[in-house]
Design a protein around this ligand. Structure first.
Ligand code: GLP
Length: 236
């Protein structure tokens, strides 16, 4: 594991963007696993700036996102599809047909989950997976549980996750209680993993996840077993 401590969010965003930019430059047809939440916003801003400067070309890139709230469609401004459009896709030259986010409104959610895993396999796996981390150690929406769940699946969001994500909604009651998330199989099969964590509030969970025991009660701890993991942490 390459654990990098940086002094502020701007530095985290630049260093994170460097890693993604290097991936896209070295392999223009990269499959990028992308994440939502507040942490990656700065990285996306950096990538847009580099695209606008003519330094990055996303025309051959494919992207596959980690998760989506159940019941929200892409036109809902709280959906993760909407987030990705506004924070990245609408500003770069990625082909919209090559961007994948789970369909939170699929009639047959089980079939949607299976198709999502089949797509990842079809891609030959993800080249670089970007991750944030929840306060309870979740990655994607893989919440603490008795087991590490392998495939894409539906989860009941934990109280603490609903609380944490309520800041993005008009009221707590509007936060969906379920989500579709890529499982640990898709994440662990990524050739490279980049996890970013920002702020003093994440310090304890980052310690537990990367320097504590590997346990499904701290889902991100499984990443200690990944052979190409970079963690960038900024306390400020
Ligand atoms: C959500 C997302 C996660 C993300 C987490 C942390 O629950 N599903 O992918 O890592 O939030 O978000 P933030 O970066 O805003 O702390």
């Amino acid at each position: 594991m390459n654990f990098i401590t940086v002094s502020n969010y701007d530095e985290l965003s630049r260093k994170g963007a460097n890693i993604i930019a290097a991936q896209v430059i070295q392999k223009p047809k990269s499959v990028l696993g992308l994440a939502t939440g507040s942490s990656p916003v700065g990285i996306y801003r950096e990538l847009i700036a580099r695209y606008e400067a003519g330094d990055l070309d996303f025309s051959k890139v494919k992207s596959i996102n980690l998760d989506e709230y159940l019941g929200l469609d892409g036109s809902n401004d709280q959906s993760y599809r909407y987030f990705m459009q506004k924070n990245l896709f609408d500003h770069i030259n990625i082909d919209p047909a090559n961007t994948y986010v789970p369909n939170g409104c699929a009639e047959d959610v089980a079939a949607e989950c299976e198709a999502y895993d089949a797509r990842i396999e079809d891609f030959g796996g993800i080249d670089l997976q970007l991750l944030g981390i929840g306060l309870d150690g979740h990655i994607g929406f893989n919440e603490p549980a008795d087991i590490f769940e392998k495939g894409t699946h539906v989860v009941d969001l934990h109280e603490s996750t609903i609380e944490a994500n309520a800041r993005f909604f008009a009221s707590r009651d509007e936060v969906p209680t379920k989500a579709v998330t890529m499982g640990m199989g898709g994440i662990m099969q990524a050739k490279k993993v980049l996890l970013i964590a920002n702020g003093a509030a994440k310090k304890e969970i980052v310690q537990k996840a990367f320097f504590g025991p590997i346990t499904p009660l701290v889902p991100a701890s499984i990443l200690q077993l990944h052979s190409d993991l970079t963690v960038i942490y900024s306390e400020n």
